[in-house]
Each structure stands twice: as structure tokens, then as C-alpha cells.
Design a protein around this ligand. Sequence first.
Ligand SMILES: *[C@@H]1O[C@H](CO)[C@@H](O)[C@H](O)[C@H]1NC(C)=O
Ligand SMILES: *[C@@H]1O[C@H](CO)[C@@H](O)[C@H](O)[C@H]1NC(C)=O
Ligand SMILES: *[C@@H]1O[C@H](CO)[C@@H](O)[C@H](O)[C@H]1NC(C)=O
Ligand SMILES: *[C@@H]1O[C@H](CO)[C@@H](O)[C@H](O)[C@H]1NC(C)=O
Ligand SMILES: *[C@@H]1O[C@H](CO)[C@@H](O)[C@H](O)[C@H]1NC(C)=O
Length: 490
Amino acid sequence: MELKRLSICLAFFVLAYISHCSEARHSLVRRDANDDIFDEPLQNDEGIDDEAQNDGEGNEEEEDAVVAKIVTQPASYNVTIGRTVRLECKVSPADDVVVQWRRNDTNYFIGTRKPSDQDLSTYGVGDRYSIAANSTDLLIRDLRPSDSGVYTCEVLQMDPVKIQHTLAILESPRIVKFTATDNGQLLEGSDLLLTCDVTGSPPPQIVWSRDEDNINKRLQEEDATFVGNTVSIKNVRRSHSGRYYCYVFNGVGTNQAEVNVVVRGKPRVHISRTVVNSAVGVEAILECAVHDDAASHIRWYKDGQRIEDSSRAYTISTSGQRSNLTVLPLRDEDFGTFTCEAENEQGSHNRSIDLVQSPVLDNLQVDGPKISLTIHSHQPLETIELQLKELDGNAEWKTLNVPVPQSSNPHEYQVDYSLENDLGNGGKYEVTVKVKNEKSWSAHTNPAIVEYEARPQPIQHASVYRGSAHTHTPAQYFLATALMYLLVRM
Ligand SMILES: *[C@@H]1O[C@H](CO)[C@@H](O)[C@H](O)[C@H]1NC(C)=O
Ligand SMILES: *[C@@H]1O[C@H](CO)[C@@H](O)[C@H](O)[C@H]1NC(C)=O
Ligand SMILES: *[C@@H]1O[C@H](CO)[C@@H](O)[C@H](O)[C@H]1NC(C)=O
Ligand SMILES: *[C@@H]1O[C@H](CO)[C@@H](O)[C@H](O)[C@H]1NC(C)=O
Ligand SMILES: *[C@@H]1O[C@H](CO)[C@@H](O)[C@H](O)[C@H]1NC(C)=O
């Protein structure tokens, strides 16, 4: 019962709605037709001419005049630039109809079944527009982007009828220009702006990318700012150097262009060993490497004094971005600080190497209670001193003497020492090492942290396990816990 009443109500609703809509549509159509007549003087003129003609032919004909209809359905034409398009407007019956073509409500082409009469160029559209022979279709040759728009075909008669076609001109994207700031030659810290000027219809979309380690990667929002057909990267670094791409597409076609960007900056000097041990009469090679895109000039200094290439006391061997300084110290004063400096147009950078007679300590490493390190010394070693301090509380430094190891290499020693017996109950310790050779003490190594847990006795472990195994197995315990949990939840 209820359902029936509901559906009856619904039916009423739908009926009311439909009648309302069709009323609205009627008024809309009427208003459209009126607008057309009042807005367009030329159509009016033609309309008047037409009517005048009709009048001349007499009223009797008009009464039983056949009303022409447009058979063609509205369509959208998507046509490639340069081609010819035929916009169809088939009229039935086709005899003696006068058809008017309009574009965007601004231009007028009058067409009849006798096309010879019309000179379309008088309407300012040139001779690319014509009415196809023996038809009322509009032909447009050699299409241009400006030809796109809405075309209306209207049959001029007492009750005008019309259809509208949409014409879109398609053009494959073309990159007119792809440029980078200063032709892509930038200094570190400046801003890079890439501009990709592109044409095409529909307007093409742009994808920006660059080659990173030979992989093409899309530029992301977080490292660049995208505005229209430009992308900008602020405060560029050397790592921004590379090949950038502008890729464009619009569904009709694609295109791509690329530009090279080189970011130059100060050179960077790298030294692998900052302290080198040698002895009087022992030649030392000091090595320096420069990282730079352009070749920079490399110079060496001893205690701030420039070492001339012609200097006899030293040999400088430079090859590309690397340079070796060979030193043969003959007296104590020949040791000291040597500086490698690289310079290019953007500036200079230097790093220093200390050439010393004291031991040089390397690679202090910790593995549980074991420590290891390498000692370089051309002079015989005398003492290896290890200092350790518990980290918690205000413990005192404790000094241990580590035995000097034997070495097959006369100037390199490998020390491996276990602190197991020195750490007592274990804990967290700070450890540092210094070494004395015949000549002098080395510097302390940077402190390392030794964390050591005294291992519990294996026998105790076993007895504890056995004892508990008799009372509760882990599975039983688990079950009990789970039951308890469920009970509490309920
Ligand atoms: C032309 O393009 C429009 C919009 O892009 C689309 O809706 C329409 O289907 C296309 N027509 C043809 C004939 O491809
Ligand atoms: C157009 O019609 C005329 C006569 O009605 C005919 O001679 C001519 O061949 C037709 N032209 C085309 C292109 O159909
Ligand atoms: C017609 O209108 C379309 C879009 O509405 C526009 O793209 C086109 O440029 C216009 N053409 C003329 C000749 O005004
Ligand atoms: C090395 O660079 C520092 C500044 O970075 C400068 O003060 C010093 O003079 C330079 N040393 C040499 C030897 O060029
Ligand atoms: C510097 O010395 C190292 C080791 O002796 C050697 O391998 C390298 O080729 C030398 N480099 C130059 C530029 O002489």
C-alpha cells in the first residue's frame, strides 16, 4: 500500500518536472532565434532581400511552401593545420534553399545550390573559403589556427533552422626556442632559468627533465619552480650541470629539445693523508687531487712559502687534476707543513699535509673489547700508550702499555690488542692511543668508544634454564598470558 502511494507521488513529480523543462527549452530556443535576428545586421539585410524576393513571387506560393530541414547532425571537426575541411550542411528538400554560414557570429558566407554567384572575398575571409559545388557545404582550404571556432549553418526561410559545428585546428607541437641563462654557462650560486617556447594546437604540455648519471629524470617541484613555459632553479651548484630536456606533447604529436648547462665554481683540493711520516734521508711523496670542471692551476707551498717549479729540493709532478710533491728531507727544518693550492677563474682552495718525524696513527678501530690500529714510522717505535676512562661518572684516565708488535715492513706496524682483561666487569669506555718513536711522541688519536659486557658464566646459564624448564614451558606461559588477556578484555 505504502509503496504504491509512493510511486504515484514519484510519477507526479517526474511529470511536473518534464513539463517545466520543456517549457524552459521552448523559451530558450525562441530567445536564441530572436537574438540572431537582432544582433546581426547583415543577416537581417539578407533576410529582408529574401523576403522581398518571396513577396515578389507572390503569397500563394508561400502558403504551401515546403519547409526545408537540415539533415546533417552537429559535429566537431578536428583537422590538422594546412589541410582542407568540408563542413557539412545537407538540406532537404535541397531545391532553391539559401544557406548562410557564420563563424563565431562574426563572419558571413552566403551559399546556395548555385555557387557561382558568391564572391566570398567580399566578406573578408579570402579565397580559402568556398561553398562546395552543388551543395550547401562549406569548404575551407589551407587551414590556419585562426580558422578554429564555431560554425553555424542556417537555412534562410520563414522559420529558420540551423546547426553548429565546432572546428578545431590541430597542430603538432613545435619548439621555437629552448634556452638557458647565459647560454648554460653559470657560476655556482647563480640562478638558472630555462625557457621553452613552443607552438601547437591544442596548446602543448611541457615535461622537464635532465640526465643524471646517464638516467633521464623528471625535474621535481622540490628542486625547481615551474611557471608557464619556464623552469627556474635557484642557487645552482656544480651538481646541477648536465643536459636538460624540454619535451612537449598535445595529443597530435610530440617534440623535444635539449640544452647543456655547465655550472662552474671554485676548485676543491682533496688530500688523502693529512699527516705523513718520514725520516731524514727518506723520500716522501705528498699527493694532492683537485676536483674541478675546468683545469685549474696547482701550486705547492712549504710553511706558507711558494715552492717554485725550478726548486732543486723538491720535485713537482702534475698530471691533469693531480699533483705529487716529492720531498727529500735532509735536516729537521725540512719537515713542516706543505700546502697544495688550486686556482681557477672563480677562486682558489687549498689543503695542507704535515710532513713529520713522529709516528702517524691510522685507522683506530674497535670491535667489542678488541682495538686495532696502524702505525707509520720510519723510526723505531719505543712506546705504545693506551689510555682509557669509563664514560659514566667522573672516572680517572687509566694508562696501559701495549707491547710494540714486530713488523716485517720497517715503517708500518699493525697493533691488535684486546682489553678483555683490563675492563673488569665491562661497561662503556673512552679509548685513545699515542705512540712514541725514537724522535718524539705522536698526537693522541681521536677517542674511540669501547662498549664491553662481561660475559656471564656459561654454567650458571645452563642451570637457570634447566630449573625453569621443569616448572613452566614458554608455551604454557604464553597460553596463560593469552587467557589472562582475554579475561581482562571481556
Ligand atoms: C575533436 O576533439 C574534441 C575535443 O578534443 C572531441 O570531443 C571530439 O570527439 C573530437 N572529434 C573527432 C571527430 O575526433
Ligand atoms: C553540378 O550540377 C550540374 C547540373 O545540375 C552538373 O552538370 C555538374 O556535373 C554537377 N557538379 C558536380 C561536381 O556534381
Ligand atoms: C572563434 O572562437 C574560438 C573559440 O571560441 C577562438 O579560438 C577563435 O580564435 C575565434 N575565431 C575568430 C575568427 O574570432
Ligand atoms: C689557504 O687558504 C686559506 C683560506 O682558506 C688562506 O688563509 C691561506 O693563506 C691559504 N694558504 C696558502 C698557502 O695559500
Ligand atoms: C703520484 O704518486 C702516486 C704514488 O706514488 C702515483 O701512483 C701517481 O701516479 C703519481 N701521480 C702523479 C701525477 O705523478
